[in-house]
Design a protein around this ligand. Structure first.
Ligand SMILES: CC(C)(COP(=O)(O)OP(=O)(O)OC[C@H]1O[C@@H](n2cnc3c(N)ncnc32)[C@H](O)[C@@H]1OP(=O)(O)O)[C@@H](O)C(=O)NCCC(=O)NCCS
Length: 304
């Protein structure tokens, strides 16, 4: 049996933010600060609000959900001056916490949403009844993906048509944290964490040009304890680590295989950058090709 859902606190405090319950009177500030801004809603499932009445109806709907015990909308208020900066919505259902959040544009890039999401994730993780925390992210929303990763959620994969978007549905990345279900000492493989690829010493600039410049991954910092030459590249659930080997020889057969969108355009981009491509036979109807990275490591590309 799924236990009763815990009741979130009315207020959560972080160093710079107060997360407090949404109120009907917040509608004008929500409209003015972010809900009418098309840059803010660009990667969200809803269109910018055309006027404050839309925001008022939106707030009323969220408050009705809260009254039914379905969701907890927290206003993000700046502690220094009480300014409303955004909203974080927490839905609790059958042991699962779902997160959605939005921040006004002038406050982006200062770690504020990481701070807010971390506070809510920490609270969720401290509730034994909650076994899973999840959020859906537009595949182009790198900043949001990063926020979730920094708060301990991992990308589970690309969900075709997994998220609502106006009247239609769009592809999303599913991010989640799950409470281990088995005794913690029961041995089992739970996930693919990363793929390590070798490179010759001094290969970092070429590795960056390939993985970031051509394949569109983002380089993320490595733990300071890793001092040998190398780099970590991430996109959604794909994690590639490259590391220098003094006596480098590329593996003959071993390779990572990546599903890619825009297959033909990507192949053209790689070809234009001088990478040799070898077509491979289709598998399950999907086209495939092999490309060598700058050092001769083979990477398989599969049409997504
Ligand atoms: C996504 C959003 C919530 C991020 O809030 P924020 O307070 O600016 O995020 P933070 O400053 O806490 O962290 C952003 C992280 O993403 C990184 N980042 C920002 N833009 C990026 C980009 N274009 N590519 C890769 N990483 C990016 C930042 O460097 C930072 O990571 P770091 O701390 O490791 O350097 C905010 O931009 C927003 O509200 N956007 C519109 C609504 C939205 O997209 N909501 C999320 C729906 S799932």
């Amino acid at each position: 049996m799924i236990p009763a859902m815990p009741q979130p606190p009315d207020e959560l405090l972080t160093p710079r933010l107060r997360l407090r319950p949404l109120a009907q009177g917040d509608a004008p500030a929500i409209f003015a600060h972010y809900a009418s801004d098309p840059q803010v809603t660009r990667l969200l499932p809803w269109a910018p609000h055309a006027d404050v009445h839309v925001t008022q109806a939106f707030v009323a709907a969220r408050l009705a959900e809260r009254a039914r015990g379905e969701s907890w909308p927290f206003v993000l208020e700046r502690r220094a001056d009480g300014r409303l900066l955004g909203l974080l919505q927490l839905r609790l259902e059958q042991g699962v916490a779902r997160l959605g959040y939005v921040l006004e544009r002038p406050s982006w890039g200062r770690g504020l949403m990481t701070e807010a999401v971390r506070a809510v994730v920490d609270w969720c993780r401290a509730q034994p009844e909650l076994v899973r925390i999840t959020a859906l992210v537009d595949p182009h929303n790198d900043a949001s993906a990063r926020v979730l990763e920094r708060c301990g959620l991992r990308c589970e994969g690309h969900v075709a048509r997994g998220g609502p978007h106006g009247d239609t549905r769009v592809d999303v990345l599913s991010y989640a944290w799950g409470r281990p279900a088995l005794p913690p000492d029961a041995p089992r493989v739970i996930d693919l964490d990363h793929v390590q690829l070798p490179m010759p010493p001094g290969g970092l600039p070429a590795a960056r040009a390939f993985w970031c410049g051509l394949l569109g991954l983002v380089e993320v910092p490595r733990p300071p304890a890793l001092t040998r030459e190398g780099a970590w590249f991430v996109r959604g659930a794909v994690r590639i680590h490259v590391g220098a080997e003094a006596a480098f020889t590329p593996p003959r057969r071993a390779h990572p295989a990546l599903r890619v969108a825009g297959f033909d355009a990507l192949l053209a981009r790689l070809r234009a950058a001088g990478h040799e491509l070898r077509p491979a036979e289709d598998l399950d109807g999907a086209r495939r090709a092999h490309v060598a990275d700058p050092f001769g490591n083979v990477v398989e590309l599969i049409e997504g």
